[in-house]
Design a binder for this molecule. Structure first.
Ligand SMILES: Cc1cc2nc3c(=O)[nH]c(=O)nc-3n(C[C@H](O)[C@H](O)[C@H](O)COP(=O)(O)OP(=O)(O)OC[C@H]3O[C@@H](n4cnc5c(N)ncnc54)[C@H](O)[C@@H]3O)c2cc1C
Length: 530
């Protein structure tokens, strides 16, 4: 039984709450059933337990490190993990059959990845980036591009990355200046710098496929002038030989968390010999990139929930083993101390963690379900799922990362002084979690996305659908006397939120977003459930 998550709870979420079996009635997923789904997830549990979890601490203590020669040294176990994950289809498993995958629903694939995230979250990042990069090439690439890159990424030999950020362009990708100079030889010549590139040129893979945003020389200013390029570290020539493509790794950032996960500075075209291959059409790059970014935002939200779940499991276990103090009404000092789980304040902290991690994980699973339905269903059903997924994406990313960090802080608190030491894992969970409210768009940027785009999209249809879903759920819950008070509270809170949002929408529609900032602060400061 995994020590870093709760398999019974995963079963409950998959089969009782989110009804995965309903997916198998759609032709895209008709080759699967409940038993197979669970067997696949159990195989992920075994892999996480045997190959990832034992190296969680070690990878923190021996972080990815720049070798001074253009590469990054990682823990030797990483190579083994990537190869094993590839063989077990944990990189390409959700791709369709014709693209070399198993056509697994994200509900299964990402539940497997939840186990990896909870066991050793930095390692999962390498696998997730490769899956996302291959998906992007499959969606927008030519047949030749797909044939050249996707099988190599799925095999784990080549690592996929997303290269967006530049020193002067973090949240605001409008400001990127990496330039693609047209040639008449079927490629663009690339020059520029990218920083903070996760999974960049490390020693566990032998080639890297950087999906890179750049501006074609002379392109219009702003996001409409951004294009997307495939830039491999080694480019294949006509005979299939690999030639160095002038992508130099200039350094690896040392970090407070996710220390086993490389975070590189890449320099393209120092010797004027970096070939970039346009993906899709020119000037549409940011729109394409959003496919990978949206997937990554859900994945980061899920990862935050998973790491917080691992911290919760560690604190429950500790609370059930640590004797300390007596109950307030126990006056006899000769009686032995009780286990700390019996103290009301410890229970308050554990229950707060439990509510956050189980809620956040369920929200991530709902996003996975909606994603699957946007690919399996048609017409109105597909449109509804798409809109719900759009509005939930910034929410799952931000709720899970902000509250997950709070939840991991409570785990440290429960362990007392020991929680602060490196003898116990919860301080590492806390450090690892912090990045999740920053990368893939900070909390501030998710707020801009939610209020500036998602709330007003399709004249507020996504928001109305979400409100209707919450209302329907509350109505169903109201027939149960235990759930009734919660349903009433949620109904009241939702109405309050809706009123404020409609009030603000007139500013949003005029582009006056500065007036909405107090609301954005409110959105992420959910009422304290304790
Ligand atoms: C460990 C790590 C891994 C990463 N991996 C990758 C990767 O693989 N690929 C990649 O391309 N990038 C990656 N990044 C970059 C990451 O996405 C950026 O750091 C992030 O988007 C924020 O950009 P910035 O650091 O430049 O901060 P800034 O954009 O300078 O933001 C600073 C502060 O200002 C706020 N702010 C900025 N603009 C606005 C606005 N318009 N409205 C309101 N508030 C605003 C932000 O919310 C933040 O609080 C990674 C970063 C780290 C640290």
């Amino acid at each position: 039984m995994a020590r870093f998550t709760n398999m019974n709870h995963l079963r409950f979420l998959l089969f009782t709450v989110h009804h995965i079996e309903e997916l198998f009635t759609y032709s895209r997923f008709a080759h699967l059933d409940k038993e197979q789904a669970w067997m696949i997830i159990e195989s992920a549990e075994l892999f996480a337990e045997q190959e990832l979890f034992p190296f969680f601490k070690e990878m923190d203590e021996t972080p990815a490190k720049y070798d001074g020669k253009g590469g990054v040294t990682t823990h030797p176990q990483l190579k083994k993990i990537i190869q094993f994950a590839a063989e077990q289809h944990w990189i390409g498993g959700s791709a369709s059959f014709e693209n070399g995958g198993l056509q697994l629903p994200e509900m299964i694939f990402n539940t497997g990845h939840h186990l990896f995230q909870a066991a050793n979250n930095g390692v999962q990042g390498y696998l997730g980036l490769s899956s996302g990069a291959a998906g992007l090439i499959t969606s927008f690439g030519s047949n030749e591009q797909i044939a050249t890159y996707v099988p190599k990424i799925f095999s784990g030999e080549w690592q996929g990355t997303m290269a967006l950020t530049e020193p002067q362009a973090g949240s605001s990708l409008t400001n990127i200046i990496t330039t693609a100079y047209p040639t008449n030889k079927g490629y663009y010549s690339i020059k520029g710098q990218k920083i903070f590139i996760s999974g960049g040129q490390h020693d566990a893979c032998n080639n890297f496929v950087h999906l890179t945003l750049a501006r074609i020389e002379g392109a219009p200013a702003g996001i409409k002038g951004i294009s997307l390029f495939i830039i491999p570290k080694f480019r294949p020539d006509a005979e299939g030989n690999l030639i160095y493509n002038d992508v130099y790794c200039a350094g690896d950032f040392q970090k407070m968390g996710q220390r086993g996960y490389s975070t590189t500075h890449l320099s393209f075209g120092d010797n004027n010999d970096c070939h970039g291959f346009l993906l899709g059409e020119q000037h549409k790059g940011l729109g394409y990139m959003f496919q990978m970014m949206n997937g990554a935002r859900i994945s980061v939200g899920q990862c935050a929930a998973s790491v917080a779940m691992a911290a919760y499991q560690a604190s429950v276990q500790y609370a059930m083993e640590r004797p300390q103090g007596r109950l307030p009404n126990e006056k006899d000092p000769t009686n032995p101390p009780i286990l700390i789980i019996h103290h009301a304040d410890v229970q308050r902290m554990l229950l707060t963690q439990k509510a956050i991690v189980e809620g956040a994980l369920s929200l991530a699973m709902e996003c996975n379900r909606l994603y699957d339905l946007t690919h399996a269903s048609e017409n109105e059903e597909r449109d509804t799922c798409f809109l719900l997924l759009e509005i939930l994406t910034p929410i799952v990313k931000t709720y899970s990362s902000e509250q997950g960090t709070r939840s991991a802080a409570l785990a440290i608190q429960i362990l007392g002084g020991y929680g602060f030491t490196t003898d116990f894992p919860v301080q590492q969970h806390y450090r690892d979690l912090k990045i999740m409210s920053l990368y893939e768009g900070t909390t501030g940027i998710q707020s801009v996305d939610l209020l500036g785009r998602k709330v007003i999209m399709n004249n507020g249809k996504a928001l109305r659908l979400l409100g209707q879903t919450i209302q329907d759920t509350c109505e169903k819950a109201s027939v149960n006397p235990i759930l009734l008070p919660y349903a009433l509270t949620l109904t009241t809170e939702w109405k309050r939120l809706e009123n404020v949002l409609w009030h603000l929408s007139k500013y949003l529609l005029n582009g006056d977003t500065a007036r909405t900032w107090p609301m954005q602060a409110y959105l992420w400061k959910w009422p304290d459930i304790s």
